[in-house]
Design a protein around this ligand. Structure first.
Ligand SMILES: [Zn+2]
Length: 248
């Protein structure tokens, strides 16, 4: 039996499966992992570029560096890995996705229960009055109108993206994700290196673990199945195995 078939057996016998996804599932959609010290991002420190402190005290640096990580995400498209997870939810096996990604690709692929614990890039809000605006309007203010920092059309306060930055509190989605993990008997980890806290604590809360990640993770030793390979093709093969076993 292949590891994909073994993963399918674990999924079919689970009562409450949760997925945990990280940058690795979206690199296949052309989104670089800004924590992996390669390419463009090797030239900056994301801890500084995407921080609350930089946004508030050095907006020029924020819009020169941190904003660059965010600005093109809404042009990206889900890949077969995102669609495979949406299908597992449709089939009734996957109860939710906890994601560290801010690229909106799970919701765009049709997943319904998504805990976006690092926020998302669909909207921004005003630091003064709390008004919410579409991310696209904010992007236009920065890139076309060159309004830095971009201002709230209602009150003139500074706008900020609805992503969780270094120095921010964790959002309510994290507590919901934590509660979902407590109810889960199987976690399917896809493309997360499992080193960024507090999300990295979640796999320790479930009994069974499937890990798909190109590199090793600190939880490999206690996982039931570990696949060190590309996320999209592996998830597609697992969903195929699930469908075969269901129809046999
Ligand atoms: Zn305002």
């Amino acid at each position: 039996m292949s590891l994909y078939q073994e993963a399918a057996d674990l999924i079919l016998s689970s009562k409450h499966m949760l997925a945990l996804t990280g940058a690795g599932i979206s690199t296949e959609s052309g989104i670089p992992d800004f924590r992996s010290n390669t390419g463009y991002y090797s030239k900056m420190d994301p801890m500084a570029a995407l921080s609350r402190d930089t946004l508030l005290n050095n907006p020029r640096q924020f819009y020169r560096e941190g904003f660059v990580i965010l600005k093109d995400l809404q042009d990206k498209k889900p890949n077969e890995g995102h669609y495979a997870l949406a299908q597992l939810e449709d089939l009734g096996y996957l109860k939710g996705i906890v994601t560290q990604n801010i690229d909106n690709l799970h919701t765009r692929a049709g997943s319904k229960t998504v805990y976006e614990v690092h926020g998302h890039t669909r909207t921004v809000h005003c630091l003064k009055c709390g008004k919410t605006l579409p991310f696209e309007d904010y992007r236009k203010k920065v890139l076309v109108d060159q309004e830095i920092p971009p201002k709230c059309p209602s009150c003139g306060g500074d706008l900020r993206p609805d992503v969780v930055m270094f120095g921010d509190m964790m959002p309510p989605a994290f507590e919901a994700a934590f509660a979902a993990a407590q109810n889960s008997d199987l976690m399917l980890v896809c493309g997360s290196s499992l080193v960024v806290a507090p999300v990295s604590y979640l796999p320790g809360m479930v009994k069974k673990l499937i890990i798909i990640n190109k590199e090793e993770t600190p939880y490999d030793y206690k996982a039931d199945i570990v696949l060190h390979e590309a996320i999209g093709p592996a998830l597609t093969k697992i969903v195929e195995a699930v469908n075969e076993k269901r129809s046999s």
